[in-house]
Structure formats: C-alpha cells, structure tokens
Write a new protein. Structure first.
Length: 250
C-alpha cells in the first residue's frame, strides 16, 4: 500500500561527476552540470611572539654576531640584550643581512643598519633585559638564514661561552631558531671583528607571525535546550523536527 502524502527524503545520495558531456541521439546535452564551491577565505592576523635564550653570560664584549633561521615568515620587531649595569649611557647599534653573518665579518658594507627607537641605552644589568626596539620590522621569509649584529660603544654586552659549534641551535620556537654565533672584540666603527670562539646570544627576540584568526566559541549555546537551538539556528532552509516530537511511521 502506497502513501500519497508529502514526505521528505531522509538519507544520503552518493554520486560522482565527470567533465565529459553525454549527448543523446538527437545531439542534446544531457550532462549533469556541477559547480565548484569557492574555497573559504582564511582570515589572518598578526600574533606577537617572543623567543628567549639562556641569560647566563660569562663574557663581556663589544657585540655579538649570530644567525637566525626562519621556519615561518616572520617580522622581527626588536630584541633585548643583557648589558652590564652602568650609570653612563651607551650607544647601541643593530645591523642585519641576508645569509650568514660569517660572510660579513670585518666589514659593514655587507650589512644593513636597523634604526632603533632609542639607540641611547642604560644597561639594566646581568640577566636583565635591555630593550632595543626597531623603528620598522625586519621581514625574514620562511626558509631564510638571516645574520644579525648587535654592538655597543663599550665592551658591556654579555654573551655565553658555547660548547656547541657556530651554527648550532641555541633556542627555537615553532617559527624561528637562534643559532650559535661569535662575539665582537672591537667597537662598531668602522667594523666589528668576530672572535674565534663560539658565543651564544643572551636575550630575547620579539617577533610576529600571521596566524589564522580563531573564532571565539559562543558560550551562550552551552545553556540552550535542543528546542532553543532549533529556534535560534533554523533559518527555514531545511525541514527539521522539533525536539518535542518524533516522526510517525505511515
């Protein structure tokens, strides 16, 4: 016995599509036309991060050469260094270059100056952060080795003796690696000369990376009953069953 009352199908239709057009004997196109959905745009936002190294410096020097390796595209916003505490102001300088610092030792012509918000600093002391904020971020693309050279007008910068060779990882995050470098044994003008022994950077790097914007969960939904959920989200585009009834068999 058949039922002639209106009913909505409950189930799943399994199908495949083909780009090949089928034509019947009269030459009419009987292909099933499908449309591809546009990929959903992912909204990104800049998220600030910090990568720190051990602040156990045992060597005072004029500066520090070291490399960083970006595993994600980042923007370097500034850095903090460990500087000998002194009542006298010091001038700080930061330089950067594409590729390893090793190809730029002894000559500043290979380096690009990084302007600082406050180049005149007062050393905060051992294990404390003396902040060097950049005027403009330094962009480091994913997969690039980038050289950094931090230097002062006095041999007051702490670095650590390293049992690891130059180029080994000192500290790392999911976006960035700080590698073992060398200390600078001369003032910044006209150029710094690197020491022959490995030295590890003491301080932190402040950077940002673009990440997917995560929507906050609507906590109010946790307190809605099934009937209230239907009333809130049923837009009329589908036929739903309320929580208070169930389908009756014919």
């Amino acid at each position: 016995r058949f039922s002639f009352t209106h009913r909505d199908f409950n189930g799943v239709i399994i199908f495949s599509s083909s780009d090949t057009s089928l034509s019947d004997e009269r030459g009419s196109d009987t292909s099933i036309q499908t449309t591809e959905e546009e990929p959903e745009e992912v909204e990104l936002e800049w998220i600030d991060h910090t990568l720190r190294t051990d602040m156990s410096g045992d060597v005072n020097s004029f500066g520090n050469f070291f490399d960083v390796y970006a595993t994600s595209t980042i923007e370097l916003l500034g850095l903090s260094v460990s500087v000998y505490e002194s009542p006298h102001p010091l001038q700080a300088f930061v330089y950067t270059k594409n590729g390893s610092f090793a190809t730029g030792e002894g000559s500043l012509e290979h380096w690009t100056p990084v302007p600082l918000v406050r180049p005149t600093i007062m050393g905060k002391g051992y294990t404390k952060d003396t902040v060097l904020r950049f005027v403009d971020p330094v962009c480091i693309p994913s997969g690039r080795l980038q050289g950094l050279y931090v230097t002062l007008t006095k041999a007051a910068l702490y670095t650590s003796s390293s049992y690891k060779p130059v180029g080994e990882v000192v500290s790392q995050s999911g976006h960035l690696q700080i590698l073992v470098g060398k200390s600078a044994v001369t003032p910044p003008n006209p150029s710094g000369i690197a020491s022959s022994t490995p030295r590890a950077f003491n301080g932190r790097l402040d950077y940002r990376v673009q990440e997917e914007l995560k929507e906050e969960e609507d906590a109010s939904d946790l307190w809605l009953s099934p009937q209230e959920m239907l009333e809130k989200y049923d837009t009329g585009d589908f036929v739903g069953l309320s929580a208070s009834r169930s389908p009756n068999p014919d």
